[in-house]
Design a protein around this ligand. Sequence first.
Ligand SMILES: [Fe+2]
Length: 158
Amino acid sequence: MAISSRTVVLNAAFLQEIKEDDVMLRQLLHQVRQRFSEGRWLDHPARDTWQLLEQLRDQLATHFTLEEACGYMESSLEQSPELSEQAVRLRNEHGPLFLLLCEICERCAEGVHTRKGLRWLGRVAMRFWEFDARFRKHEQQEEALILQAFHQDTGVGD
Ligand SMILES: [Fe+2]
């Protein structure tokens, strides 16, 4: 049985690149989550946390660029028209999510350069958890959509 999904006929090197990107993103997310858990940011220089957030921001940019260049969302549009609205909505979440993380980085940079103590970093942490919840939800919905599109494409569940 031929599977016409673009996610299946992608360039293998490109797929590998996305996998590597995912690993790096997960590692950075894990590090930042640990850093902002239970006030652990107090154990580290604020400048280190700022650099970590900037690494995460840069990796997120790569992640979104690869996702959009990959075209699997577009394949959802073509193969499952009824899912197109959801696919467009999820793809359109990339910009606001990235801008939120940029804002968090800017708040952190401002604190590093102008504030004393580390209490302000608690507010940066709260903003990060907002981002994290939105990003987790985005990823879950995106994975569910891809799975749904794949199942429709292969006739599973019909
Ligand atoms: Fe995404």
